[in-house]
Design a protein around this ligand. Structure first.
Ligand code: A2H
Length: 253
C-alpha cells in the first residue's frame, strides 16, 4: 500500500423484508449494509455480499443515509469524514455478530438481480474497508471461489443456515470483456489455475494479479450507460453515477 489514503467506493445495500431478528428494531427505517470496493465499474455483476460470520459489526446512525451496518473501525473512520453529526463520534445503535447478519435479503445498486443475500466468507479482513464486501464473481477470483464453495457444499450452507435459494440461482454475470480472458475473467482464471476453494490463497493471489491490470487497461464494459467504453476512461463516470443515484458514497482510509 502507498503513502496516501486509499479511496473506496462504498456501496449501500438496502436491507429488505423480512428483517432478520437482530434488525427488527430498525423496522421502518432505511438500514444499509455498506461494502467497500475498488471496482465500482463491476457492480452490475453483484450476486451477493460477503460477511465474516466470526467478526463483529455495528449499526450506527448516519446524517444523510440512514442506518449503516459495518465494522466499528470503519464507522469511526466515517465519523471523521462527515458521515455522523459530530466529528469523531459514532452513535452505536447496536453491536451485531456477523453470523446474525447472514442470509439477509438486500437491494443493491446496478445489479440485474432484484434481490441478493448476505453470505459467509471466511477470508474477509476485519481491518480493511467496512468488513463487508460486494461479491462480483464474474470479475473477482476471491468472490467466485467463495460462491462456488457455497454452491458446491450443502454442508457449508447448512452450517450457516443459508437456504439454497439464497445461493444456487445466482450465476456470474458478464460485465467486462477482457482480451484473452473473455467476458468472465475470474471464472476463466479460476478454471485455468485449477483453484480449489477460497482458502487456495497462493493461487488466488496469482489469479488477482493476472486479471487486475489487464482488466483496468484493456477491459471494455458490456453493460450499462457506458457499454462499449474502456474501463480506464469511464471508471470515474460510473462511480459518479452510482453516487448521484444514491447507491454509493466515497470513503477514505
Ligand atoms: B473488490 P485492497 Cl470485481 N477483506 O471489489 C477482504 N477483501 C476486501 C475487504 C475486506 N475487509 N474489503 C474489500 N475487499 C475487497 C470488487 C472487486 C474487488 C473485483 C475484483 C477485485 C477486487 C468486488 N468484490 O479486489 O486490499 C473488495 O473487492 C481485488 C483486490 O484495498 C475491494 O475491491 O486493494 C478490494 O478487496 C480492496 O482490496
Amino acid at each position: 500500500e502507498g503513502a496516501g489514503p486509499q479511496e473506496y467506493t462504498l456501496i449501500m445495500m438496502e436491507v429488505l423484508e423480512p428483517l432478520p431478528e437482530v434488525l427488527k428494531s430498525f423496522k421502518g427505517k432505511k438500514t444499509k449494509f455498506v461494502t467497500a470496493t475498488l471496482r465500482p465499474e463491476t457492480m452490475y455483476g453483484q450476486t451477493n455480499c460477503w460477511i465474516h460470520p466470526d467478526h463483529k459489526y455495528i449499526a450506527f446512525e448516519t446524517v444523510k443515509n440512514g442506518i449503516f451496518i459495518c465494522t466499528h473501525r470503519a464507522a469511526r473512520n466515517m465519523s471523521y469524514q462527515g458521515f455522523t453529526k459530530e466529528d469523531g463520534v459514532v452513535n452505536v445503535l447496536k453491536e451485531i455478530a456477523g453470523i446474525d447478519l447472514l442470509g439477509v435479503a438486500l437491494k443493491a445498486p446496478f445489479t440485474t438481480y432484484s434481490k441478493i443475500y448476505s453470505l459467509p466468507m471466511l477470508t474477509i479482513k476485519a481491518d480493511k474497508g467496512t468488513g463487508i464486501v460486494s461479491s462480483v464473481p464474474s470479475d473477482s477470483p476471491d468472490d467466485y471461489a467463495a460462491l462456488v464453495d457455497l454452491q458446491k457444499k450443502a454442508a457449508f450452507r447448512e452450517k450457516y443456515n443459508i437456504q439454497d435459494e439464497m445461493v444456487l440461482p445466482f450465476k456470474p454475470v458478464p460485465v467486462l470483456e477482457i482480451p484473452e480472458y473473455g467476458n468472465m475473467s475470474a471464472v476463466y482464471v479460476y478454471d485455468q489455475l485449477k483453484i480449489q476453494s477460497q482458502n487456495d490463497r497462493e493461487k488466488l493471489n496469482q489469479a488477482k494479479d493476472m486479471v487486475y491490470l489487464k482488466g483496468f487497461y484493456d477491459g471494455v464494459l458490456l453493460v450499462g450507460e457506458f457499454k462499449g467504453k474502456k474501463i480506464q476512461d469511464v471508471k470515474k463516470n460510473i462511480q459518479n453515477q452510482l453516487v448521484k443515484e444514491g447507491g454509493a458514497v466515497i470513503y477514505y482510509e
